[in-house]
Ligand binder design. Structure first.
Ligand SMILES: Cc1cc2nc3c(=O)[nH]c(=O)nc-3n(C[C@H](O)[C@H](O)[C@H](O)COP(=O)(O)O)c2cc1C
Length: 367
């Protein structure tokens, strides 16, 4: 996989709800060289019917300019992963497949995938061997480190030392894993020394370092510190997509660049709102989190409403918008399908908004 990570690449992380095609293209516009799809749970994908078409549309949209692209898969049985990856829809669209061995979320642990796979190295080795032998793409693995053998978020025992992680990686390499991304997570902070040690142990295959990249300078700092072949940015890229380039970009310009791509791809409005929320967070994390502005954002229904919402923020975010660039009749989008989760989220936001309004009224009366 050396060709994918030629020349110390800047890599956009796999991000559920984040690394959709529009955001991948935005990241590339600013300098990302390698991108990942979000984690695709193979068994869910294979069961997905037309009703859950949103899952397929959102996750599996491709563009010839978005290469090299890695399809990230999650699962713990080789059969469904192999069946999914061999679907015609991926032919000529992806450059490699990455197995998620890092997800710490409860839903992944329940089903024994994500970082739960690290609990049982024998099973993981067999899984990777089967996958590597039965797919027409190179296989890589993204895994996480944990400092003391205990993940707070997962309440799970996973490799308790870099040495243990390295042992597992050696076995995975033997059965055909061609590259690794190491999320150097150690109690919330990334352990770049551990990533360096891993880099030194595996000089002949690409090692991508991940964790705590929050500015453009961090890409070079991680390379200088660890010698990795590529540096991956996740949350930092969501809240500041222009971090892939050295030149700073005004937040209004980033919003505009994103909207032009997302509207062009007819993204669901809820996905557009979520990305805008992340980009705004980059400017005013605390204020935005605490305020009712977040709820306001999620009540916008189209571009003009969104633009006036952004202009009304303190401080205002000015987005240049020429209605002729995107005809007005293309400013609202029907959902492909609204998942139960999205509905619950909307309901929660509406309730929160109502509460905040009540509180404000109460405070007004008191003052
Ligand atoms: C919103 C969000 C979604 C994520 N989704 C995935 C995913 O689908 N697959 C994965 O391997 N990691 C996922 N991660 C973890 C990131 O890829 C990355 O490893 C982690 O955020 C650490 O990098 P950072 O410090 O640059 O954020 C996600 C992280 C965030 C914040």
């Amino acid at each position: 996989m050396n060709h994918i990570y030629a020349g110390q690449s800047k890599v956009l992380a796999p991000l559920v709800g984040g690394s959709d095609l529009s955001f991948r293209l935005l990241s590339r516009k600013y300098g990302a060289q390698v991108t990942f799809t979000e984690m695709c749970i193979s068994e869910y994908y294979l069961r997905a019917s037309d009703k859950t078409v949103r899952y397929k549309k959102y996750t599996f949209e491709f563009d010839p300019t978005d290469r090299p692209l890695l399809l990230q898969v999650a699962g713990n049985r080789p059969g469904p992963i192999i069946e999914m990856v061999n679907q015609d829809m991926f032919k000529g669209k992806i450059d490699a497949v990455d197995l998620n061995c890092g997800c710490p979320q409860g839903f992944a642990l329940e089903k024994n995938y994500g970082c739960a796979l690290l609990k049982d190295p024998d099973h993981l080795v067999n899984l990777c061997k089967e996958i590597a032998q039965n797919i027409p793409y190179p296989l890589s693995v993204k895994l996480r480190l944990e400092g003391n053998g205990f993940s707070r978020s997962t309440r799970l025992i996973i490799p308790d030392s870099v040495e243990h992680t390295i042992e597992i990686m050696m076995r995975l390499k033997e059965v055909g894993v061609r590259a690794f991304t190491v999320h150097g997570d150690k109690r919330g902070l990334a352990d770049w020394d551990a990533i360096k040690k891993i880099r030194e142990t595996f000089p002949d295959i690409p090692i991508i370092g991940n964790g705590n990249v929050g500015s453009h300078g961090d890409f070079q700092s991680m390379i200088d510190h660890t010698g990795v072949d590529g540096v991956m940015a996740g949350y930092g890229a969501l809240i500041k997509p222009c971090l892939f380039q050295s030149e700073e970009i005004d937040i209004g310009q980033m919003v505009r660049d994103y909207l032009l791509i997302a509207v062009g791809h007819e993204n669901d409005w809820i996905d557009i709102q979520r990305h805008i929320q992340w980009i705004i967070k980059g400017k005013s994390t605390l204020i935005f989190e605490l305020s009712m502005q977040k709820a306001e954002l999620f009540t916008t229904k189209n571009i003009p409403e969104l633009i006036s919402f952004l202009r009304g923020l303190t401080p205002p975010i000015h987005v240049e918008w020429n209605p002729e660039e995107i005809p007005m009749d293309r400013t609202t989008y029907p959902r492909q399908s609204v998942s139960a989760k999205d509905k619950r989220k909307e309901k929660k936001l509406a309730e929160k908004r109502e509460k905040l309004l009540q509180r404000e009224k109460f405070q007004d009366k008191g003052s």
